[in-house]
Design a protein around this ligand. Structure first.
Ligand SMILES: *Cc1c(COP(=O)(O)O)cnc(C)c1O
Length: 392
């Protein structure tokens, strides 16, 4: 480097800085697709795993490694793979774990994009059977016909139902079926499914782990033999997400416990109040002793029952619009998991492609709202909800 080089060369090569002996307290963002090697032996060592080095942005950089190591720790998992979203993590799990002729038994109460992704696999000869995973006898009958994979959610989206994960793992293994758990609504703070016998866990980090609606990431955690094929598939297909989002997610993990302790205790208080409000026809929250999921949730969840409360008002779109118009703090947001309380309306969003009858079969109608409870002052949020409910 130096003034003997031309302007264009200097503008490319002269932005160098010595490595700081002090380490950044916030961690650094290694936003680099290409990586510089000292020589060919170093390349060999990195490929052989003798020394840890990044090879290419598409196969993961230290920001991915940091997030993966935190997820292994929080989930008690041997291996983790971070991807650009929960759905790409699911795609990697399905592509590497399924083959033509396999059967997947999927919870009937499943995130709509997961159900659609599984339907995509039918053109490759994978059969998908929907089951009521909250009825162990019926589930055992379905599994008896043979299945490669059972797919369930720790807390289901949008109906907030909770299954007994230890019992689900036991019945799956009795039939030589692997259990894949989508843990997005629980996060490792409320549940670490591998500890209950799950074989593979998916998290949408976009939601509670991100916590601020500012990143898109997903992850798979589990044993090496299931994660490593998914890792090489994700690298081949460009599924791994950005270094910056991984850096944001590590920042967010630092406050996960503080955020979710507060939001899940807010959620329990709000659910109890909604349950006795005259405008509310039903409240779905496993923390309520009257909820059908309460017993299973006591066995499966820790530190509270999560921050998603679903509730039903009159099956009347105009009434729901009035409710939304009277909310000052609580916004209509179709994602969830942020520090602010938000509501979504599955009939006009995640489940809009279903017919009225198909929605009715899974308990959805125009008056069904999914609320993601935040960390605000409880009395302010309740006052806001009360003014909305008064308008129904
Ligand atoms: C959001 C969500 C996903 C998908 O995650 P993305 O990060 O949006 O790709 C999967 N499962 C559940 C239960 C979700 O809520």
């Amino acid at each position: 480097m130096g003034s003997q080089d031309s302007f264009s060369t200097r503008s490319i090569h002269d932005a160098t800085a010595p490595r700081s002996v002090s380490v950044p307290a916030a961690g650094s963002i290694e936003q680099s697709a290409g990586w510089t090697f000292a020589d060919l032996d170093e390349v060999d060592d990195v490929y052989a795993g003798v020394r840890r080095g990044a090879i290419y942005g598409g196969s993961g950089v230290p920001n991915h490694w940091a997030l993966e190591s935190a997820l292994c720790s929080l989930h008690g998992a041997p291996q983790a793979l971070v991807t650009g979203g929960g759905m790409s993590a699911m795609a990697a799990a399905f592509f590497t774990g399924l083959r033509s002729g396999d059967t997947v038994v999927a919870s009937r109460d499943l995130y709509s994009s997961t159900a659609k992704l599984l339907a995509d696999f039918s053109k490759f000869g994978v059969r998908v059977v929907a089951a009521d995973v909250y009825d162990p006898a019926a589930l055992a009958t379905t599994l008896r016909a043979g299945a490669r994979l059972l797919v369930v959610e720790t807390i289901s989206n949008p109906r907030a139902r909770v299954g007994d994960l230890a019992a689900l793992a036991a019945v799956a293994h009795e039939h030589q079926t692997l259990l894949l758990v989508d843990n997005s609504l629980a996060s490792p703070f409320h549940c670490a499914p591998l500890g209950f016998g799950a074989d593979l866990v998916m998290e949408s980090l976009t939601k509670f782990i991100g916590g601020h609606h500012d990143l898109m990431l997903g992850a798979l955690v589990g044993p090496r033999e299931l994660i490593e094929p998914a890792r090489s598939f994700a690298a081949r297909c460009g599924l791994i997400g950005s270094a910056f989002d991984c850096w944001l997610a590590c920042r967010s993990l630092a406050t996960l416990e503080v955020r979710l302790s507060r939001s899940s205790s807010n959620a329990l208080a709000l659910a109890s109040r909604l349950a006795t409000h005259p405008a509310v026809r039903a409240t779905h929250y496993a923390g309520l002793p009257s909820d059908p999921s309460h017993v299973a949730a006591n066995a499966t969840l820790s530190h509270g029952f999560g921050s998603i409360v679903s509730f039903e008002v009159a099956d009347d779109r105009a009434a729901v619009d009035r409710l939304l118009a009277h909310l000052r703090l609580v916004k209509l947001v179709l994602s969830f998991g942020g520090v602010a309380t938000t509501v979504s309306h599955p009939v006009t969003s995640s489940h809009r492609s279903l017919s009225k009858d198909e929605r009715a079969a899974i308990g959805l109608h125009d008056g069904f709202l999914r609320m993601s409870v935040g960390i605000e002052d409880l009395s302010d949020i309740w006052a806001d909800l009360e003014s909305g409910l008064a308008a129904v």
